[in-house]
Design a protein around this ligand. Structure first.
Ligand SMILES: Cc1cc2nc3c(=O)[nH]c(=O)nc-3n(C[C@H](O)[C@H](O)[C@H](O)COP(=O)(O)O)c2cc1C
Length: 324
């Protein structure tokens, strides 16, 4: 596993992702740094000194030494990089402004470096500057800021997240932190896809007009205008397998649906809630997004106005038929 590059974070141009790659194309790793963390790292590397940066989870850290920089990450393997290599790449990255595009996920993100413990009170604050943009959906990606303290995050294991997740059709006005959105997108990217061709594209909609238009395109369901709005689209052209088009279409529908499902579970794990929107007018959504890709679902995410108990389901014995 070798340190490979520095790329912009998904949601903001003020942080970055540090990427490691192995020999196998599947073998990659990433650490997400927010603006403060990146600034601190740049400062240390510019001065050519040693130093330690504590990451947002207040447990993980980056230790810059003269020869090697070590990443000690909570519940994760140890990563390291030659300091000279890191210095070159990070300083080059910091020199130029980075324009995030629509979120088109392509690289694997296994380790966004944030996971806040219950007892941690103060979170790192960051307040990126606004940049004037063309009045387009690109604004969505370009104008985020957050100064909120984090909500309590469940430490429950994945099964508890499954069993307590509930849909929400009423969101509170609390802003969803950028790092949480990054983690949700990164989680969507970990979903399996047919042949690993990632036959999907995710549109992350921040633009107010687009959000309102999507309400209309989703049978006027008002909660579609939610704090975080993701539209999952199928992209069968990415699936380079020698199968009939019908199969490729089906694969991309499954790719897109699975990614949305991973995002939904990730949101629940981060103390957020969501509503899955399947009732949509494909053509209208395509026009709003300016894409020919067919949307499979919309995922609306935010803090729930109030927590609800899990909904009942039919008995497992009715759901499952055992063939012996
Ligand atoms: C394929 C699919 C389509 C859905 N479409 C909508 C929708 O258009 N509008 C809506 O309010 N809820 C929609 N839902 C949410 C379901 O109503 C909700 O998940 C279900 O009632 C179970 O509740 P729970 O998620 O709280 O367990 C959809 C869910 C799925 C899986």
């Amino acid at each position: 596993m070798k340190f490979s590059k520095v790329v912009p974070s998904y949601t903001s141009k003020y942080g970055c992702r540090l990427i490691w790659e192995g020999d196998d194309e599947d073998d990659s790793d990433a650490v997400i740094l927010n603006k403060n963390e990146l600034d601190e790292l740049v400062e240390i590397l510019k001065k050519d000194v040693s130093g330690t940066i504590t990451l947002e989870d207040l447990t993980s850290s980056i230790m810059v030494n003269s020869d090697v920089t070590q990443f000690t990450l909570q519940n994760h393997r140890h990563l390291e990089v030659d300091t000279f290599d890191l210095q070159k790449k990070v300083l080059e990255f910091a020199k130029v402004p980075h324009e995030p595009k629509y979120v088109h996920i392509s690289s694997k993100e296994f380790y966004p470096s944030v996971w806040i413990r219950k007892e941690d009170k103060d979170q790192v604050k960051f307040s990126p500057k606004k940049t004037p943009q063309k009045p387009s959906l690109l604004q969505a990606i370009l104008s985020s800021k957050s100064e909120k303290k984090d909500k309590k995050i469940s430490e429950a294991d994945v099964f508890r997240i499954f069993s307590t997740r509930r849909s929400t059709r009423k969101f509170s006005k609390d802003k969803v932190e950028d790092w949480k959105i990054d983690k949700i997108l990164a989680a969507a990217d970990t979903a399996p896809t047919a042949g690993n061709f990632q036959g999907l594209k995710i549109f992350y909609i921040k633009n107010k007009i687009a959000k309102e238009a999507l309400v209309e395109a989703a049978n006027k369901q008002p909660y579609v205008n939610s704090p975080v709005l993701l539209v999952f689209c199928m992209d069968p052209s990415r699936v380079k397998l020698k199968f009939p088009q019908e199969i490729l279409d089906k694969f991309s529908l499954q790719d897109s649906t699975l990614a949305a499902s991973y995002a939904q579970i990730a949101a629940a794990g981060l103390g957020l809630s969501s509503i899955w929107i399947g009732m949509l007018d494909e053509k209208k959504v395509q026009t709003i997004l300016g894409t020919e890709l067919r949307p499979s679902s919309i995922l609306c995410i935010g803090y729930p106005d109030k927590k609800k108990p899990p909904k009942s389901r039919r008995k497992l014995k009715d759901l499952i038929e055992v063939i012996e």
